[in-house]
Structure formats: structure tokens, C-alpha cells
Design a protein. Structure first.
Ligand code: BEZ
Ligand code: FE
Length: 291
């Protein structure tokens, strides 16, 4: 295979895929090559632009650390994460919708008893969260596992700060009625990390890096599809321009502000506090998927 040119290069590269043993890898690589080549043709990509793209992806890789995943930010801000989530989590009407995972989940968050303060000393206005986990048929899901994580009032997740205890994240088990409740702080809008290449990309594209206020949840129970989602705060400025395209109307809830006084856990708050009540409706795993 010699003397390849603009017309023949794509077919020549695809022909090299013929011996690929893994059928799915072959399908994905074939499509990727076709789309990459079509992109270069359609945009008449110059050598300078090609080099700038290589430099950009190099910087994205170099910005990654154990606590900073710049490639996920890139996928999120280009809408790829929302597309992949949407096409892999089609659910019947009435189920709680999934949304982007984001880069700040930690899989060994501390366990908390129901009612505990998962803020764990995080600065911010108190918020008391409650709800119930049910299945799409209305059935209670007893003992569902809820993993929750959120940013502090300055917009940082605990993992973005050096050392320190887990704050604003925890794992709880719903009770026999599927009910859960915990204390935390009220979520505020915050910008995604934008001091790196993805931030520069957004800037060059004339886009802001803000996300509307939200609380992350991962809800799991045997026999149900694991739900990764957020609850967004009604009235928030960025609901219609989320930097990562994660907002769904069904996930927006009222975070009700209360004057100082008696709190849902029987305590007293000298400052205003919030309550959030939100139920999660899980999708049963399709029968053929249950081993
Ligand atoms: C987040 O909500 O934690 C998040 C999601 C996508 C990109 C950056 C942050
Ligand atoms: Fe977040």
C-alpha cells in the first residue's frame, strides 16, 4: 500500500482493521477513523490547526492528576458525557432520570447513619434532605444504598482541597420503608475547574464554566439499575446554561428556606436553614440481565 493520497487514505487505514479479532473494537475503531477523516476533510484542517489540537490534547493529559480528571471535563463540556449517559440509561416514564457522573465521586466515602450530618463541618447554610426510594411500580425499595456528594459553599469538593477529612460526601442506607434523611449544607452554583486547558477552551469558545447548584446521588439496590443523578436547585441562574449540559427538568426541586427555629431533626437552628424532599424512582433491571 503505497502512494496514498487524499482520496485513498481512509480506505487504506480501514483495510488494516480487517484482521482485528475483537469485533466490537473493530466496529468502534472503524467508525472513529471514518469520523476523524471526515472531520479533517469537512473543515479542511490546516497543519497549524492539527498541531494546535495535538498540543491541546497533550495539555489535557498533562493536567490530569489523581484528583483532577481533565479528560472527563473535556467530555462533559463537549456534551459527550450527556450523550453517552442518555443513550445508556433509557428508562420508562416516571423513573428518576440519570445525569452526568462528573469527576468528583469517591468510592470509599464514609458510612453515615440516617439523620447524620454528611457535611461533617463543611461551611454553609444547613440543609436537611429527605425522601424515599421506590421502584417504578410504586413498590418500596428497602435498604437502598445512597451515596451523596456535593461541593462546599465556595464551590470546591473535599478532594480538591489538600488533605483534610471527607466533607460533603457519605454513604447511607435507606430504612425498611426506603426512606432516608441526612443533614448537609445548601448547594450553591460553582464553576467547573477552569484554570486548565478545558477552561481555556471554554474561554476561546465564549462559554462560561458554571454549573447550577446541585447535589449528587448514586442510588443502588439489588434488582434495580444503579441510578447516577443530581438534584438541582429551583431558581438557580445556570439551569439553562449548565457548562456540562446535565440539567433535566424532572431533577429540579424546591430547596425550601426556613426562618431560624426548630429543624426537622428536632434541633434548633439560630440561622436560616433549608429543607429538600426528593424521592428516587428506580428502574428494575431487565429480566434477561438478571443472572
Ligand atoms: C460536578 O458536578 O461535580 C461536575 C460535573 C462535570 C464536570 C465538573 C464537575
Ligand atoms: Fe457537582
Amino acid at each position: 500500500m503505497r502512494n496514498l493520497n487524499e482520496e485513498t487514505i481512509t480506505q487504506a487505514v480501514l483495510a488494516r482493521n480487517n484482521d482485528m479479532k475483537d469485533a466490537r473494537l473493530k466496529e468502534v475503531m472503524t467508525s472513529l477513523i471514518q469520523h476523524l477523516h471526515a472531520f479533517a476533510r469537512e473543515t479542511r484542517l490546516t497543519e497549524e490547526e492539527w498541531a494546535a489540537g495535538i498540543q491541546f490534547l497533550t495539555e489535557v493529559g498533562q493536567a490530569c492528576t489523581p484528583t483532577r480528571q481533565e479528560f472527563i471535563l473535556l467530555s462533559d463540556t463537549l456534551g459527550l458525557s450527556t450523550l453517552v449517559t442518555a443513550q445508556n440509561h433509557r428508562k420508562p416514564q416516571g423513573c428518576t432520570e440519570a445525569t452526568v457522573f462528573g469527576p468528583f465521586y469517591v468510592d470509599d466515602a464514609p458510612d453515615y447513619a440516617l439523620g447524620a450530618d454528611v457535611g461533617n463541618g463543611m461551611a454553609g447554610e444547613p440543609c436537611f434532605v429527605s425522601g424515599q426510594v421506590r421502584g417504578i411500580g410504586g413498590e418500596i425499595v428497602p435498604g437502598a444504598k445512597l451515596e451523596v456528594w456535593q461541593a462546599d459553599s465556595e464551590g470546591f469538593y473535599d478532594v480538591q482541597r489538600d488533605g483534610g477529612p471527607a466533607q460533603g460526601r457519605g454513604t447511607l442506607l435507606a430504612d425498611r420503608e426506603g426512606r432516608f434523611n441526612f443533614q448537609s449544607i445548601v448547594a450553591e452554583s460553582y464553576p467547573i475547574p477552569h484554570d486548565g486547558p478545558v477552561g481555556r477552551m471554554l474561554d476561546a469558545m465564549g462559554r462560561h464554566p458554571w454549573r447550577p447548584a446541585h447535589l449528587h446521588f448514586m442510588v443502588s439496590a439489588p434488582g434495580y439499575e444503579t441510578l447516577v443523578t443530581h438534584v438541582f436547585r429551583e431558581g438557580c441562574e445556570y439551569l439553562d446554561s449548565d457548562a456540562v449540559f446535565g440539567v433535566r427538568s424532572s431533577l429540579i426541586a424546591d430547596w425550601v428556606e426556613h426562618a431560624p427555629g426548630r429543624t426537622p431533626n428536632g434541633g434548633e437552628s439560630a440561622t436560616p436553614f433549608y429543607t429538600l424532599d426528593f424521592d428516587f424512582i428506580l428502574n428494575p433491571v431487565a429480566k434477561e440481565k438478571v443472572a
